[in-house]
Design a protein around this ligand. Sequence first.
Ligand code: SF4
Ligand code: SF4
Length: 142
Amino acid sequence: MAYKMSKDAIITRCGYRCDLCLAYKPNVIKNSANQQKLSDGWFKYFGFRIPPENIVCDGCMSDNPKLIDISCPVRPCVLNKGHKNCAECSEMICGKLSERIVVYDELRTSLGIDIPEDDYQCFIRPYENKRRLKKLAAGNKE
Ligand code: SF4
Ligand code: SF4
């Protein structure tokens, strides 16, 4: 059976979900207080700090987007290959994609902490791309 994604899902080139990401411009417009929340959450779970005022992103499926992750190696690679996202690529998971892979269990183990549900929903679920891409790839084969 093909993998069913929510009809509102916006899947990025690397398998993140813009619609769930608090930095996605339409989500920032709805609630700008989430910029500070996300700045703190990204620092807590991924170790980088971006000032809240810079946390707004067009999403990488837009044309000529203004992105937060301007050094991402994945987006240009996917576009060069003419794919929609990495799930369509026979090289998945390559070194470039590995740089942007997020896996919940690995994160929890490396940090050695319990992750509260709200933190999971806000800071991890949108970026859990390994699981999402593998399901998409399985669905694409059908
Ligand atoms: S990490 Fe790269 S491919 Fe993934 S959403 Fe951001 S810009 Fe797009
Ligand atoms: S080579 Fe890697 S980054 Fe490029 S499309 Fe394939 S899996 Fe994605």
